[in-house]
Ligand binder design. Structure first.
Ligand code: PGA
Length: 248
C-alpha cells in the first residue's frame, strides 16, 4: 500500500515570527504520526525552515521554481538553489501560477524536469475550472496537464513525481469535491500514469487539494487512489494541519 503524504501550501503567507510559532507547533505535535508531511513555504523562508525543521519528521519545499539553470534570469529561483536550502519538494503548476502568471502545460513540464534534475520531488498540480467541469471536460483538461509533464520527463522519472489533483473551483472556496468525485479523477490519473509506466504507477502518490480540512480529510483520504492532501488555508494553523496529518 502507498503511504500517505500531507503537504502544506502556505501560498504568500507568513512572517518570521508567525512561521516560528507555526513550525514549532507542528514539530511538537507531530510525534507518532504515521503519514509523511511537508510544508511548502515562500522562498525567503526556506532558510528558516532548514534551521527549524532539520532533523524533524517535517520536510520542506518551495511553491515554484524556474525552468532555467543559473544565469541571467532576474527574479527567478532555480532548482539548485532550492536543493541548497534542503528542500525535498517543489510545487509546480499550481492553478494560481497557471491563472495569474500564464504558466502553460509546457512550462510546467519544464519546471518539473528542472526540479528532478536537481534531485527534488516535483508536486505536479492539475485541475479543472468550474466551467470546464460543467462542460464535461475534466478528464481531458487534467489529462493534458499531466501528459505534458510525462512526455517531457519520460517513463523512467514517473516514480519520482507526486501528482496533486486540485479542482480550481474547490481551492480556497470551502467547496470540496466529494470523495467519489475526487476518486474518479484520481483513478483516471493513475490509469494515465500506468500507460506511461506500468511498474511505477501504483507507487506514485496522488494528493487531493481544495478546501481539505480536518473534518473532511478522513473520508477523502480513505479513497483508494487518494494518497494524501495538498493543504492551503488549513495548513496555516498547527492544530488543523496536525489534525489532517493524523486523519491521513
Ligand atoms: P485550500 O488550497 O486548501 O486553501 O483550498 C489548496 C491549494 O491551493 O493548494
Amino acid at each position: 500500500m502507498r503511504s500517505k503524504l500531507v503537504v502544506g501550501n502556505w501560498k504568500m503567507n507568513g512572517s518570521r515570527a508567525a512561521n516560528a510559532t507555526l513550525l514549532s507547533g507542528i514539530v511538537e505535535g507531530i510525534d507518532g504520526a504515521k503519514a509523511a508531511c511537508a510544508v511548502c513555504v515562500p522562498a525567503p523562508y526556506l532558510f528558516q525552515c532548514e534551521q527549524l525543521l532539520q532533523g524533524s519528521p517535517v520536510a520542506w519545499g518551495a511553491q515554484d521554481v524556474s525552468c532555467q539553470a543559473p544565469g541571467a534570469f532576474t527574479g527567478e529561483v532555480c532548482a539548485a538553489m532550492l536543493a541548497d536550502f534542503g528542500c525535498r519538494y517543489v510545487i509546480v503548476g499550481h492553478s494560481e501560477r497557471r491563472a495569474y502568471h500564464g504558466e502553460s502545460n509546457e512550462l510546467v513540464a519544464r519546471k518539473a524536469q528542472a526540479a528532478l534534475a536537481a534531485g527534488l520531488t516535483p508536486i505536479v498540480c492539475v485541475g479543472e475550472t468550474l466551467a470546464e467541469r460543467e462542460e464535461g471536460a475534466t478528464a481531458a483538461i487534467v489529462g493534458a496537464q499531466l501528459d505534458a509533464v510525462l512526455e517531457l520527463i519520460g517513463k523512467e522519472a514517473v516514480a519520482q513525481i507526486v501528482v496533486a489533483y486540485e479542482p480550481v473551483w474547490a481551492i480556497g472556496t470551502g467547496k470540496t469535491a466529494t470523495p467519489e468525485m475526487a476518486q474518479e479523477v484520481h483513478a483516471g490519473l493513475r490509469a494515465q500514469l500506468r500507460t506511461c509506466n506500468a511498474e511505477a504507477a501504483d507507487g506514485v502518490k496522488i494528493l487531493y487539494g481544495g478546501s481539505m480540512k480536518p473534518d473532511n480529510a478522513r473520508e477523502l483520504m480513505a479513497q483508494p487512489d487518494i494518497d494524501g492532501g495538498l493543504i492551503g488555508g488549513a495548513a496555516l494553523k498547527a492544530a488543523d494541519f496536525l489534525a489532517i496529518i493524523r486523519a491521513a
